[in-house]
Design a protein around this ligand. Structure first.
Ligand code: GTP
Ligand code: MG
Length: 447
């Protein structure tokens, strides 16, 4: 129970600062190629691997692709680089990175809620020749729902547009306008060619007009998201285990710490039940003397006074800001279901490790995630739409506004065991008044 980040490649990397970065973009716009290039040109590949992949391509007559490097390295664990599923660990001289190659929408949402895709920063890859496509928009929306605050756009395949500055600038303006309407600030737009290796690690004289950072320079410039430890303690209860020694009545409350720190002696409150107790010991496997458990770690602790708590409760510290416990939520949602999100219908709502039943009470505003057309008059939310809605659960759920604890503001909606939507709870929603004027139902916290 030492670390919440499974698959850490080396002991050394574990102790270094690590930035988590998600890479999204429309299909075939070059995400894998850019990552392959980044690994190759930073010298991150195992010796001889590039030649090996090239030789195999020659033998089989398939034109070489930098994207093949990712497949060739899959399931391999080495010093400096590890690739598993869509996660790539690698290091520069400055720090280590966990790159998350964003797959389809459903995986994106699922990972978002389980925390595997929690990202400090993001690259959105755009094909210079094709321009903005549906998934450029949708991934932008998802990144904003993920709470990614630092986003850089890579305008890729610049070789296909003769490295033209005007093409780059037009696209750059379009994407910044779009992301701006979602409240996402674009920190940088970089013209690149993954295939040619331009502006990934090395500069290209054919784009002498560009004097901003390369992709790898931009990586090292993203500020590390500090402060998760300084925020109020939050740990959704994953499970409660019996103490392994015979006859011992104590139990171990286990979960992954989303924010804050916990020490023996701390008074804790479970939400939404409101039960209180005090931390007796922090448990670890293998056993070790622990004095503090921190954000990002998987943790387990025993209590001084036994209380019964089920999975799904959230542990907070009595001395700190409490999570909100409500049944009504003002939420921004991204809908993926084949059938629309319907008024009054029952869905499963998952926040942290809790599951409840919820209904959508009102659509405040719908935005089509591909065209950005805003519609105030709708009562349904259809596939690939983003909407501000009021959700009502059948029993109180504990959550936080994104600025307090992003992980505790995220939710997914499940129907027939499938994730059909997800998003962020942004505000407490008040009881509807009769004839309330439009737009007044989303109010701030603690209202
Ligand atoms: P998915 O994972 O399927 O969504 O695609 P992707 O975004 O990872 O794209 P990928 O890297 O597989 O590249 C798609 C195609 O675009 C491949 O045939 C690449 O060779 C080509 N491509 C990628 N980058 C460039 C580039 O900079 N220039 C040119 N001309 N082609 C490129
Ligand atoms: Mg790919």
């Amino acid at each position: 129970m030492r670390t919440g980040e499974a698959g850490t490649p080396t002991g050394e990397a574990r102790n270094r600062e690590r930035l988590r970065l998600v890479i999204g973009g429309h299909v075939d716009h070059g995400k894998s190629t850019v990552i392959g290039r980044l690994l190759a040109d930073t010298g991150s590949l195992p010796a001889g691997r590039l030649d090996q992949v090239r030789a195999r391509c020659e033998r089989t007559g398939i034109p070489f692709e930098y994207a093949f490097l990712l497949d060739a390295l899959r399931d391999e664990q080495r010093q400096g680089i590890t690739i598993e599923a869509a996660r790539i660990f690698f290091e520069t001289a400055t720090r280590s990175y966990l790159l998350f190659d964003a797959p389809g929408h459903v995986e994106f949402l699922r990972n978002m809620v389980t925390g595997t895709a929690q990202a400090d920063a993001a690259f959105l890859v755009l094909d210079a020749h094709e321009g903005l496509r549906e998934n450029s928009f949708r991934h932008g929306v998802l990144m904003s729902l993920l709470g990614v605050r630092h986003l850089a756009v890579l305008v890729n395949k610049m070789d296909l547009v003769e490295f033209e500055r005007t093409v780059f600038e037009t696209l750059s303006g379009e994407i910044q306008r779009f992301l701006g309407t979602l409240g996402v600030e674009v920190v940088r737009v970089i013209p690149v060619s993954g295939r040619e290796g331009s502006n990934v690690v090395h500069r290209d004289p054919r784009m002498a007009w560009y004097d901003g950072p390369t992709v790898v320079e931009q990586l090292d410039r993203f500020p590390a998201e500090a402060g998760a430890e300084a925020k109020p303690f939050r740990m959704p209860v994953q499970d409660v285990y019996r103490f392994p020694r015979g006859g011992d009545r104590r139990r171990i409350v286990a979960g992954t710490i989303e924010s804050g720190t916990l020490r023996p002696g701390d008074e804790v409150v479970f939400h939404p039940s409101g039960k209180r107790s005090r931390v007796l010991t922090l448990e670890a496997f293998p056993p070790e003397d622990r004095h503090v458990a921190r954000a990002g770690e998987a943790a387990g602790f025993t209590l001084a006074e036994q209380v019964y708590v089920p999975r799904g409760e959230v542990v907070a510290r009595a001395a700190e800001l409490s999570p909100l416990v409500t049944t009504r939520f003002g939420a921004r949602i991204f809908w993926l279901g084949q059938a629309p999100l319907e008024f009054g219908k029952e869905y499963v709502l998952r926040v942290g490790t809790s599951r409840g039943t919820a209904r959508m009470e009102r659509v405040v505003r719908v935005v089509n995630a591909s065209t950005l057309v805003v519609d105030d008059g709708k009562s349904l939310v259809e596939r690939h739409e983003v909407a501000d809605v009021i959700l009502v659960s059948d029993r109180p759920l504990a959550w936080d506004p994104p600025e307090v604890c992003l992980a505790m503001s995220r939710f997914v909606i499940v129907e027939d065991h499938r994730i059909v939507g997800g998003g962020v709870i942004r505000a407490v929603a008040q009881e509807e008044r009769q004839n309330a004027p439009e737009g007044n139902s989303l109010v701030g916290r603690n209202a």
